[in-house]
Ligand binder design. Structure first.
Ligand SMILES: [Fe+2]
Length: 314
């Protein structure tokens, strides 16, 4: 029961036509719907629900909300009680607030990011179907990402004023939403400040991550690829399409993931993330990275942080 996985991200884009082109031709997603307000809905080929990404027209980039899917409709009532008891206000949005989607429990994380939980979304099936399926479809475009994998939210962290939204978010999602802590970065005197966390509900190292920074925002949404070879091909696609790459293929120490960071045309950071990391289980010991090894945690090969990685986000 409870949260199963990330369900969708709703992000703002400044030019819808170029944004759709990016998510279709670079990532390989397919447009499944457009509503009367001009919002565009897309899915990846290996996903079975109708959409995992909503693009909304705006004059600036960033995250509207991130949504996670729960197993049973009754989970929404149980989680609403827990979240309210924790002291966070919630709102139950009626079915149809988003097309093809059931009622949604809406609330804000301590970092003010909007999160929604839902139990129902129209199932349209994967692109290879569920009867004697082929391992991949014939009409893959671009990187051919499998699914929306996780998001990383930047959270205000200011040790001088005692503000730590990373720690507040982490406590909240662990106590109320039953997320498990896979890895954390501890900094400051005695490594006492929890500056970043990676948490899971599936069996992979993270379904959500929180990293400390000067202000709250969206760092990236990540899409899953099978292998290092697929990642290399994804980078080739980005070069061919003149997509702005932030960090070319490398490996994270944290989660062991293989990664590319790049930007959509509005400046929202995307990641293609390959490798299932390790078996994440509730009883697995939490991995801690100390400040002196932070570079290796983020970029394992060079061990050096890229300034834009922590400074540029929407
Ligand atoms: Fe990521």
């Amino acid at each position: 029961m409870g949260i199963m996985r990330i369900g969708h991200a709703s992000i703002r884009v400044m030019d819808m036509a170029t944004a759709v082109k990016h998510y279709e031709n670079v990532l390989g997603m397919k447009k499944t719907m457009q509503d009367k307000d001009g919002n565009v809905y897309l899915k990846c080929w290996d996903e079975w629900d109708k959409y995992s990404l909503i693009l909304t027209p705006s004059d600036q980039a960033g995250l509207n909300h991130v949504a996670y899917k729960v197993e049973h409709d009754s989970d929404l009532d149980a989680l609403q009680k827990r979240i309210e008891a924790y002291g966070i206000k919630t709102e139950m949005l009626p079915e149809g607030t988003l097309p093809s989607t059931g009622r949604m429990l809406k609330f804000k994380l301590p970092s003010t990011h909007e999160m929604r939980l839902y139990a129902m979304k129209e199932c349209v099936g994967t692109d290879v179907g569920s009867v004697n399926p082929d391992p991949w479809p014939d009409d893959l475009k671009g990187a051919g990402v499998h699914w929306l994998d996780h998001c990383l939210l930047m959270c205000e962290l200011n040790p001088e004023t005692g503000v730590n939204k990373v720690a507040e978010n982490t406590k909240f999602v662990m106590e109320c939403l039953d997320f498990h802590l896979a890895e954390q970065v501890m900094v400051g005197p005695g490594n006492a400040i929890q500056a970043a966390t990676w948490l899971f509900r599936t069996t992979t190292p993270h379904d959500i991550a929180f990293v400390g920074g000067p202000r709250n925002g969206l760092h990236h949404i990540a899409f899953f690829l099978d292998s290092w070879n697929d990642l290399l091909k994804a980078a080739d696609v980005m070069a061919k399409t003149k997509t702005k790459i932030d960090v070319s293929p490398t490996r994270h120490g944290i989660t062991r993931g293989e990664t590319i960071y790049f930007f959509d045309p509005s400046g929202n950071r995307n990641e293609t993330f390959a490798g299932l990391g390790y078996l994440a289980q509730p009883d697995r010991p939490v991995i801690t990275w100390t400040e002196d090894h932070l570079g290796s945690g983020i970029f394992y090969h060079t061990g050096e942080l890229v300034p834009s990685f922590t400074e540029v986000y929407t």
